[in-house]
Design a protein around this ligand. Structure first.
Ligand SMILES: *Cc1c(COP(=O)(O)O)cnc(C)c1O
Length: 384
């Protein structure tokens, strides 16, 4: 990635910078990998990043949207995603959110419990509408990722137990204002081991066989969720995730029935690599260790504090011999550390630093803790 450093110099830091050319190249790659499969539908998982320009690029490319709140549904409709390509998941959908989704006429509610199904049926009835529903089934498939971002184990709060699958489908079929249209799964995030997805495919095949044996053949849609990871270590070597291998797993291992549509919900893999948090070095402090204190903190990028996440740190303005630093923010929390014992070109006050691969779960998780203003954001087109 090349950064417009001269233009950055004039800007107040910290800020997010999205390389929208990389975003567009990523979107083209996704479309080219699913081109041969007219029954594949990719929904962008909006919660990863709702920057307006980023969303516009994604909507214009023709992806659908995967939302987890009423606010997200509203935001993505405003960004130009068609309502009939919006899916909506979440364990705790409020009445106003369900009503908003019903009014908008979204494609599908991914339902996570029986009480939720009953409320959707009731609210749809009040409006004289029929809500399309899929059931999010917890497949009890583990994933090789951080414990806080695995979602498909029976101990997690998400989804409906496999044992209850038939019961909820029959319940839905007996209700007047919901239409059962599919099964939904999501096993976790930042997954790089394709075997996790192979295991998911095997589980879905098993469940589909079970349903067919009981005469349930109304599964028009299968949604396998998202979670494809990105290379945080070497963003410049792998700026675009390996979508080829990812989609190939489902083509090879998932036994789709005639006419079944397959849905994907990718967040991080779409936007992760195009985003960067740009910050300035405020002070270099030599104590027991050498600290580079920068003007961004966990308020702008909480992933290192929340998930122990690693972001590559590029010193954009120094070409000095390397030294070792703990790169830390200004927030009054000991966990406000971006990286420890990090080797980079010697730095001094005023250097510009880019925290790489920060497009997903970065800006959107920013907070005002310590009364800090939310970060600004710029895109490639802002510097043309
Ligand atoms: C968060 C989420 C996704 C996207 O996860 P990524 O790891 O960003 O791809 C997809 N589906 C659901 C239901 C989610 O909650």
């Amino acid at each position: 990635m090349t950064f417009p450093i001269e233009q950055f110099q004039k800007l107040q830091t910290p800020f997010y910078y999205y390389d929208t050319e990389l975003l567009d190249a990523t979107l083209r790659e996704i479309h080219s990998q699913i081109e041969a499969h007219p029954n594949y539908h990719v929904h962008y998982a909006v919660k990863a990043c709702t920057n307006a320009t980023v969303l516009r690029h994604i909507a214009q490319s023709g992806l659908g949207a995967d939302c987890v709140s009423g606010g997200e549904i509203r935001t993505c409709l405003e960004a130009g995603f068609p309502a009939d390509q919006v899916v909506y998941a979440g364990v705790g959908k409020s009445d106003w959110e369900i009503n908003l989704a019903l009014e908008a006429g979204i494609f599908c509610f991914n339902v996570e419990s029986i009480p939720e199904l009953e409320v959707i049926n009731q609210l749809a009835q009040q409006k004289g509408k029929v809500a399309r529903v899929a059931f999010r089934i917890n497949p009890n498939v583990g994933a090789h990722t951080h414990a806080n971002i695995t979602t498909g184990l029976s101990e997690n709060k998400f989804g409906i137990d496999m044992a209850d699958m038939e019961r909820v489908i029959v319940m839905a079929q007996d209700m007047t204002n919901v239409e059962f249209i599919g099964l939904h799964f999501h096993i976790g995030s930042q997954l790089l081991v394709m075997d996790d997805y192979v295991a998911l495919c095997h589980r879905i095949n098993e469940l589909q066989d079970r349903l067919e044996a009981q005469g349930i053949t109304s599964v028009a849609n299968v949604n396998v969720g998202g979670g494809l990871g990105i290379d945080y270590q070497e963003p410049d070597e792998h700026p675009i995730p390996n979508f080829k291998d990812y989609f190939a797993v489902f083509a090879q291992y998932l036994n789709l029935r005639d006419g079944q549509q397959l849905h994907f919900e990718l967040g991080r893999a779409v936007v992760g690599q195009c985003g960067n948090l740009v910050t300035r070095v405020l002070y270099v402090k030599l104590a027991h260790k050498q600290f580079a204190i920068v003007d961004a903190g966990m308020t702008e990028l909480i992933r290192p504090a929340l998930y122990d996440a690693y972001h590559k740190v590029d010193n954009l303005t120094s070409h000095e011999p390397e030294q070792v630093y703990d790169v830390v923010g200004p927030i009054c929390e000991s966990s406000d550390v971006f990286v420890k014992d990090y080797t980079m070109p010697a730095t001094r006050r005023g250097d510009l630093i880019a925290l790489r691969s920060a497009g997903a779960y970065g800006e959107i998780m920013a907070s005002c803790y310590n009364c800090r203003p939310l970060p600004k954001a710029y895109c490639t087109e802002d510097f043309k």
